[in-house]
Design a protein around this ligand. Structure first.
Ligand SMILES: *[C@@H]1O[C@H](CO)[C@@H](O)[C@H](O)[C@H]1NC(C)=O
Ligand SMILES: *[C@@H]1O[C@H](CO)[C@@H](O)[C@H](O)[C@H]1NC(C)=O
Ligand SMILES: *[C@@H]1O[C@H](CO)[C@@H](O)[C@H](O)[C@H]1NC(C)=O
Length: 480
């Protein structure tokens, strides 16, 4: 069995709402806002307690308050959940852990299928690092919207088997990501204590077939300013959140809204393995744009879950790969050589702003740049074929500067191709088209002095790649 990932694209379009009446979820809690990251326990088969200590320490150093432990039915799952809790206890830290049942891995047709879920929940409910909301153990899930646990309907199944079962009733705060139309949330009274909006992380409504309607007349190979502005409104937008928050307010029991944020999405598994081959549009600095949206709307969001710490197979990891850590078979092709910890280095600034409402001081200039390694139109001899919706992506390098003061950033892809931009104190988002055969370079200057000169080795925008790879190559540098 594998429990790594499980994401079947469910293109529930965010309802287009009239007006912008963001209803506040009436949560009676004094629990402060938190930022957690989704951790795929299915990729930790060989983790020692020390590996968990390393992940927890690194997450904490970047203002991440906890891990959602995505678990399935792998035989090592109980041991690794225990190791995670042991590590947090060993650190005597306030780091939060909670279970996130991957319901694409568990059986959930019979009432007895709920036994292991309750069992694990109760085993950890009172451990010191278990995340508690209003005195109840916080529990999440990925999917589960087809589980009946032997009852007549899904809500009844979850109520009888899990949330209202006498062993567990009153002890948990259940905030799953059910892939259902939010208009049906009211059917889940007694099940949902809140909603985790997994798909809010990406603009999933941007598909090749939807683009002509969403961006009429746009040339995605050379966006004009009007089209780019329209695209920027869609990428990282709060509309998917509004649809969920508004619907949650109509349910009796729900009090918590957890939004998602992610830097990327590319997966490329052939039909004979996981059979997933698609991208989401993560252009226009999605990682930063989405954070800015969540910060601007922080009054309506209780918690944020980062997707993900380590889901290498879908390219949205921000944590490091550990020595000896096995990847989902086949994903080495797009993961090896593609470290994403540069994105992790931006997390502290935005997570802190989300939690406190105040932007933290920038003590050192920081430059993070990323790009895909080949033009979208490249045609390698790759039997899996190009990922669905690749056409909508732009062949650009994306740069973010956290600047201590005003300055200039020069981006280039060839010596003969550079552009200089003014940079202001604070967050700056810039981009430059990539030239086939070119590199990626960013030079930050101030008062005629070079502050950062970043030209990562190992990146070339290769017009003749050996296989499709729409993962991001991420480079970063911090001023001395
Ligand atoms: C529940 O957990 C205990 C260990 O804590 C184990 O012995 C038992 O078999 C588990 N039961 C189920 C139904 O998973
Ligand atoms: C565990 O580690 C061994 C030795 O490094 C490696 O061969 C194996 O693939 C790993 N297994 C998993 C599931 O990570
Ligand atoms: C890039 O970011 C990572 C994560 O914050 C950090 O550990 C590393 O030192 C950074 N690299 C440079 C060159 O600043």
């Amino acid at each position: 069995m594998h429990s790594f990932t499980y994401f079947y694209s469910i293109n529930l379009l965010a309802a287009t709402l009239v007006g912008a009446s963001h209803l506040r979820i009436p949560r009676q809690s004094t629990v402060p806002k938190l930022v957690v990251a989704h951790h795929i326990v299915g990729l930790t088969a060989n983790y020692s307690v020390e590996d968990w200590v390393a992940d927890i320490s690194l997450a904490q150093a970047n203002a991440i308050d906890g891990f959602a432990l995505n678990i399935g039915t792998d035989d090592y799952t109980p041991q690794q959940v225990e190791n995670a809790f042991l590590a947090a206890e060993q650190l005597s830290s306030s780091f939060k852990l909670f279970l996130s049942f991957d319901m694409t891995s568990y059986h959930c047709a019979a009432l007895t299928d709920a036994d292991p879920l309750r069992n694990l929940t109760l085993q950890y409910a009172t451990r010191p690092n278990q995340f508690q909301v209003d005195g109840q153990a916080f529990v999440s899930a990925f999917s589960g919207e087809t589980c009946t646990f032997g009852q007549g309907d899904v809500a009844g199944g979850w109520r009888v088997g899990y949330t209202q079962h006498p062993d567990i009733a009153g002890k948990i705060h259940f905030v799953p990501s059910f892939f259902v139309d939010p208009a049906t949330f009211s059917q889940y009274a007694g099940v949902l204590d809140g909603d985790f909006n997994w798909n809010s992380a990406w603009p999933i409504q941007l598909t090749a077939s939807a683009i002509p309607n969403l961006l009429p007349g746009a040339n995605l190979n050379q966006l004009d300013v009007t089209a780019e502005t329209a695209l920027q409104k869609l990428i990282g937008s709060f509309d998917p959140d509004t649809a969920h928050i508004t619907s949650l307010a109509t349910t009796q029991s729900s009090r918590t809204y957890m939004a998602a944020v992610s830097p990327w999405f590319f997966t490329h598994f052939p039909p004979n393995t996981y059979n997933k081959n698609f991208v989401y549009d993560c252009d226009e600095h999605l990682w930063v744009s989405r954070w800015e949206t969540l910060i601007a709307n922080r009054d309506h969001v209780d918690f944020v879950e980062i997707l993900t710490w380590n889901d290498f197979g879908e390219s949205h990891y921000i944590g490091p790969k550990h020595d000896g850590q096995a990847l989902p078979p086949g994903s080495e092709a797009w993961v090896d050589g593609f470290d994403h910890t540069g994105w992790l280095g931006l997390t502290s600034y935005f997570a802190t702003a989300f939690k406190t409402g105040a932007t933290p001081p920038i003590e050192k200039d920081q430059l993070v740049m990323w790009a895909r390694p080949h033009p979208k139109s490249a045609t390698p001899a790759d039997p899996v074929g190009p990922p669905r919706d690749f056409q909508i992506l732009q062949d650009k390098m994306w740069a973010v500067v956290l600047a201590t003061a005003d300055g200039q950033l020069t981006l280039s892809s060839l010596d003969a191709d550079s552009q200089t931009f003014d940079v202001r104190e604070g967050v700056n988002k810039l981009s430059l088209p990539l030239i086939p055969g070119g590199y990626m370079r960013g030079v930050l200057t101030r008062g005629g002095q070079t502050v950062i000169d970043l030209k990562p080795d190992g990146f070339v925008f290769n017009p003749n790649p050996p296989a499709y790879n729409f993962n991001a190559f991420v480079a970063n540098a911090t001023a001395a």
